[in-house]
Design a protein around this ligand. Structure first.
Ligand code: NAD
Length: 286
């Protein structure tokens, strides 16, 4: 199971990051998305992170031409699939969208391709059968790739156990720290704990107990953290968070989803649009 080419499905916030790290680690990377506008946004993410890495002396400027030379972008699914040794899927966090994408790529990938999803809260068993090859399917879930470097490896009951060491080795080559889950669980390990924090912050705001800045301040000051729960939501993307929260139907989650939606409707999706609960860069915070 030697991996040469990694194909990224969905070149948004996370797909771009995973693809960049894969190219830095020496893999050929094919980025697939629905349209050129997505690639335009992806290029902005790639350039921004590359600049940060060079500034932090984690990347040598002289290597960037070779890194970008290992990347290709296409809206042609057949082209994206034809030489994929591994698929890393990061399309929109919607069950039906992901199921359709897996149905599409399961039919056109070579027999040896390993299928992975980067879903935050769905389960691989909700997607695996759509690929037509559930034994080749496993969740391989990144956090932000460059700062938060845990990668969760979460098989579903039908995953071939031989995939686990392959993904562990790949995780290490991608400069991540692999965490293997013994069974499926929504939100993996870290996100399960994170949801409890974000849900509590949402409740404090929607019940009008404290303002966003004070809720964040409580977390940041006591734990000496650079961001609080609402800053974390801005980083995740309010649309991505909303897709998760709106699937829950308890009273607190419904109120929290409505709060997120009120920002989304104004085009405030978080850091990626320059404004969410805060304005970015943070020194312009208003
Ligand atoms: N944002 C985070 O912090 C984070 C962290 C870990 C995992 N994830 C997961 O990664 C995935 C992507 O999240 P994101 O924040 O990058 O979202 P995003 O909205 O930034 O990007 C999603 C991309 O998927 C593309 N897409 C939608 N339908 C498609 C299709 N049918 N075929 C190809 N591309 C399609 C969109 O055009 C978009 O470019 C989600 O499953 C999310 O849960 C996100």
């Amino acid at each position: 199971m030697t991996i040469h080419q990694i194909t990224i499905l969905g070149t948004g916030n996370l797909g771009s990051r995973i693809g960049l790290q894969a190219a830095i680690s020496g893999y050929s990377v094919v980025f697939y998305d629905l349209n050129e506008a997505a690639f335009h946004r992806s290029h902005e993410v790639l350039q921004k992170i590359t600049k940060h890495l060079i500034k932090a002396e984690k990347l040598n400027e002289a290597d960037t031409a070779a890194i970008f030379g290992r990347m290709a972008f296409t809206t042609d699914a057949a082209e994206a699939a034809q030489q994929a040794d591994l698929i890393s899927e990061s399309v929109t966090e919607e069950l039906v969208i992901k199921q359709k994408v897996w149905e599409q790529f399961g039919k056109i990938c070579p027999a040896h391709t390993i299928f992975t999803t980067n879903t935050s809260y769905l389960l691989p068993s909700q997607l695996a059968s759509y690929s037509g090859r559930p034994e080749r399917f496993c969740a391989f879930h990144f956090h932000d790739v460059f700062h938060a470097r845990v990668v969760d490896i979460m098989p579903h009951p039908g995953t071939d156990s031989a995939l686990i060491p392959v993904l562990e080795e790949l995780g290490v080559r991608l400069n991540q720290v692999p965490v293997v889950l013994k069974k499926e669980s929504p939100g993996y390990v870290f996100n399960s704990m994170l949801m409890a924090l974000l849900g509590a912050a949402g409740r404090l705001k929607t019940k009008d107990i404290a303002d966003i800045a004070d809720i964040d301040k409580s977390w940041m000051v006591n734990f000496n953290m650079p961001v609080g729960p609402f800053g974390i939501l801005d980083n995740i993307g309010l649309d991505t968070a909303w897709h998760v929260v709106r699937t829950r139907n308890d009273e607190a989650s419904i109120a929290f989803a409505a709060l997120l939606k009120s920002y989304i409707d104004q085009g405030k999706l978080g850091e990626k649009t320059g404004e969410g609960f805060y304005k970015y860069p943070r020194n312009k915070q208003g």
